[in-house]
Design a protein around this ligand. Structure first.
Ligand SMILES: C[S@@+](CC[C@H](N)C(=O)[O-])C[C@H]1O[C@@H](n2cnc3c(N)ncnc32)[C@H](O)[C@@H]1O
Length: 278
């Protein structure tokens, strides 16, 4: 059953609050994250066939990806608009874009950048909106006929240690119940068949889903512990702040199973990419 308008409003407000709260934390780890995540921006841009002069919408741009990378491809004759619910994320994206031509950022959802785009890109957002079919419908409407959508979502939690390992270890440390299934979250579209189904239900054609391993690494178990605490959603962060030593040890222990011979933490994670035509 689709969520009600009130539920969708609540989800939007919750997403805004969470991403506002973690924006500084993600900014601190942006270089480490993008070392591997940039490959996903490249895949989305290549699969969408972004060209010089294109008009591109980046839905849920966060700190500005894949918008900033796409801006290099569309050049001075093109235009990239990145939209995001979180004013704090958009603020940081805007400062990263300072001095670059052809890219702008706006606070909001799809409605903040209406109509006629050649391409819609979106990295790790579709599973967070609460109603992916409705979101994809809006994104199809934002494309010109024949325009292309490419979007990435995470695969199943056990294949995504970059996100699931730390949250899992902190939840286990505080013996928290897992979140109820079916709600928005990083793993809400983790099955290829489901991703294909919601994309088709939104009226897209020529749908293709591919799977990719993204080679995230962090320098050490301690870096992994610091990263995780920095990006914990506020309710988990409050718990973690009450027992910083216990949380650090739990996170470092969790990272030990992912150590490489060089002492780095290998957090290679699976993502699914969908390509579809409006
Ligand atoms: C996992 S982050 C991804 C950010 C960026 N695309 C990246 O790959 O680094 C998800 C982003 O989606 C945004 N978001 C969540 N729901 C949204 C919605 N309905 N409309 C616009 N942005 C949304 C959040 O504010 C957050 O910045």
């Amino acid at each position: 059953m689709s969520p009600t308008t009130e539920e969708l409003e609540r989800i939007r407000a919750e997403q805004t609050a969470v991403w506002d709260a973690v924006s500084d934390g993600w900014a601190r780890w942006r270089a480490d994250f993008e070392r591997a995540a940039s490959a996903v921006s490249d895949i989305l841009i290549r699969k969408a066939g972004v060209r010089s002069g294109d008009s591109v919408l980046d839905f849920g741009t966060g700190l500005g990806e894949p918008a900033l990378t796409a801006a290099e491809v569309v050049g001075a004759t093109g235009r990239v608009v990145g939209v995001d619910l979180s004013p704090a994320m958009i603020d940081i994206a805007g400062s990263l874009a300072a001095g670059r031509d052809g890219v702008e950022f706006a606070v909001g959802g799809v409605e903040a950048a209406p109509g006629g785009h050649d391409v819609v890109l979106s990295r790790w957002v579709l599973s967070l909106t609460g109603d992916p079919t409705a979101t994809l419908c809006d994104l199809r409407t934002a494309l010109r006929p024949g325009g292309v959508l490419t979007a990435a979502v995470w695969g199943p939690a056990p294949s995504v240690p970059m996100i699931a390992l730390g949250f899992g270890a902190v939840s286990e440390h505080f013996t928290l119940d897992p979140p109820p299934p079916g709600g928005p979250g990083p793993f809400a579209l983790a099955e290829a068949a489901r991703l294909r189904e919601v994309t088709a239900a939104a009226g897209f054609r020529d749908i293709e889903v591919t799977q990719h391993d993204v080679g995230f690494t962090l320098d050490s178990p301690n870096a992994f512990a610091r990263f995780t605490v920095d990006v914990l959603p506020p309710w988990l962060r409050r718990l973690a702040d009450g027992d910083p030593e216990g949380v650090r040890k739990a996170l470092e222990r969790a990272a030990e199973a992912h150590l490489t011979p060089a002492g780095e933490v290998d957090l290679t994670s699976t993502c699914l990419c969908v390509r579809a035509v409006a």
